[in-house]
Design a protein around this ligand. Sequence first.
Ligand SMILES: *[C@@H]1O[C@H](CO)[C@@H](O)[C@H](O)[C@H]1NC(C)=O
Ligand SMILES: *[C@@H]1O[C@H](CO)[C@@H](O)[C@H](O)[C@H]1NC(C)=O
Ligand SMILES: *[C@@H]1O[C@H](CO)[C@@H](O)[C@H](O)[C@H]1NC(C)=O
Ligand SMILES: *[C@@H]1O[C@H](CO)[C@@H](O)[C@H](O)[C@H]1NC(C)=O
Ligand SMILES: *[C@@H]1O[C@H](CO)[C@@H](O)[C@H](O)[C@H]1NC(C)=O
Ligand SMILES: *[C@@H]1O[C@H](CO)[C@@H](O)[C@H](O)[C@H]1NC(C)=O
Ligand SMILES: *[C@@H]1O[C@H](CO)[C@@H](O)[C@H](O)[C@H]1NC(C)=O
Length: 418
Amino acid sequence: MDRRRAVQLLVLLAGASLLTSALAADSYVIGDQGQDCATTCGRRGQFCNPDVNTNNSDSIFKPSYCSDPSDENYGRCVGYVNPPVNGSCQARYWSVRRLCRCTGDATTLPFFGTGYSSGSLTVNETNHFEHVVADGHFGVMTHFWVTGTAELMDNTIIRYYIDNETKPSIEFRPSMAVGVGFNDSKAPWGTKWIGMGAGNGQGKNFNVNFKIPFQKSIRVTAQSSLNDSNGFYMIVRGVLDQEITFGGVTIPKTARLQLQRQENLVLQPMDFLNVVNVPSGAGLMLMSTLQVQSGNLNFLEGCYHAYTPVDMPWPGIVLSTGTEDYFDSAWYFNAGEFRLPVAGFTHLNVKNSSIEWSAYRFHEMDPLPFNNGFRLQWRNGDMNDPHSGLKCYTLANGNIVGSPTPSIVTSYGWVYTW
Ligand SMILES: *[C@@H]1O[C@H](CO)[C@@H](O)[C@H](O)[C@H]1NC(C)=O
Ligand SMILES: *[C@@H]1O[C@H](CO)[C@@H](O)[C@H](O)[C@H]1NC(C)=O
Ligand SMILES: *[C@@H]1O[C@H](CO)[C@@H](O)[C@H](O)[C@H]1NC(C)=O
Ligand SMILES: *[C@@H]1O[C@H](CO)[C@@H](O)[C@H](O)[C@H]1NC(C)=O
Ligand SMILES: *[C@@H]1O[C@H](CO)[C@@H](O)[C@H](O)[C@H]1NC(C)=O
Ligand SMILES: *[C@@H]1O[C@H](CO)[C@@H](O)[C@H](O)[C@H]1NC(C)=O
Ligand SMILES: *[C@@H]1O[C@H](CO)[C@@H](O)[C@H](O)[C@H]1NC(C)=O
């Protein structure tokens, strides 16, 4: 549906007060400005019923209004005559508050979700899925799938707002969410958690199956840095009351999955990066992704360290003896790229004066649970102890291995906390 039709679906009338109606089996509700009916009804714990009956009268719309004075239709009541039969619940227009028909009780559905097909994204963040669960229950988002042109995918940001957060616990670019840096388009590949089914050509697709618990409500939004990008498709799904385990560890149902991000940080040689930093409390590391642009490959000498309790002294627990070692490889990845269940080396582009590289690592087979905070730390290059020659244990004044250069680093660290 194009915008003009979307507008016509809607009814605009200035100056009246909002329709208020208690949650009922079947009711007409005014959504927020720019909101579609699927999410308007989802927020109320109901389904959208596309079967809107106006009887060609504006009477049921009287309490609605066009909420943005800059819209050309401001103050006018539009579209109540012969509205499209069963028009799309997903249609929306930025200036308009839609009148929606909301039906039934969705709060105890054993599973739930939505598919958004051949829609568009703009520079304005828009809600694409909202769901609430009944008191005494909890929800777990289990599936995320997205596709569009390569250009649209590279410019899309997805956010999960858990339990009415104002700042989302989870905000990602699809590519980095599947452990792939520099918009690498190689496909198909996949593990049970992440993958790319389509790529290589005009369009890309990303799949993420991380389990994202929520207590009461979930809201999933999408946004592009391009205006009016058409051909956006997204599927999200979740289940009710499903216990989560990861790496044999049971995740309390009240846990939060957080995505901690660093974007385009410039690190000097021997600088440290906290991929994950949880100041206190219990939790479990899920996975991490690192994207590095550097002058040469010597950044790969950098060791990974874990600290728990969070104030554990240097060197903490040495998780890897070099960067490629953390990603289950060695010898600067001399066997080439791979995308495997535990780890993946997902991108390498050697240019004249710089190298682009990315990799991901899960902690399912070697769980990293914690009780008193946690820090996962990487170093841009590393040094040997001048006396023993050993690497990873020397904070300063050691012998730097190779000639690491400044690096531009982006990292994603997914961690459950409770
Ligand atoms: C339209 O008319 C039908 C038949 O009279 C009625 O059942 C229905 O409730 C009306 N719809 C609205 C939205 O008033
Ligand atoms: C519109 O949807 C309703 C179900 O909500 C269905 O009963 C009806 O047949 C549909 N009308 C058309 C013309 O498809
Ligand atoms: C985004 O929203 C603003 C108002 O908040 C509006 O002026 C603008 O036209 C919208 N842009 C698009 C591309 O929908
Ligand atoms: C969610 O937060 C908004 C303000 O950001 C508030 O108006 C609304 O009542 C909250 N909803 C719930 C269910 O807590
Ligand atoms: C991926 O593509 C987007 C859009 O072109 C761009 O903004 C972003 O910088 C790219 N990411 C990397 C790491 O090159
Ligand atoms: C998108 O459109 C808005 C107006 O709605 C404009 O201010 C902004 O510069 C545009 N951005 C891009 C990337 O085209
Ligand atoms: C890379 O270096 C070669 C040889 O010095 C040069 O011919 C080529 O133009 C350079 N390419 C780029 C993209 O700078």
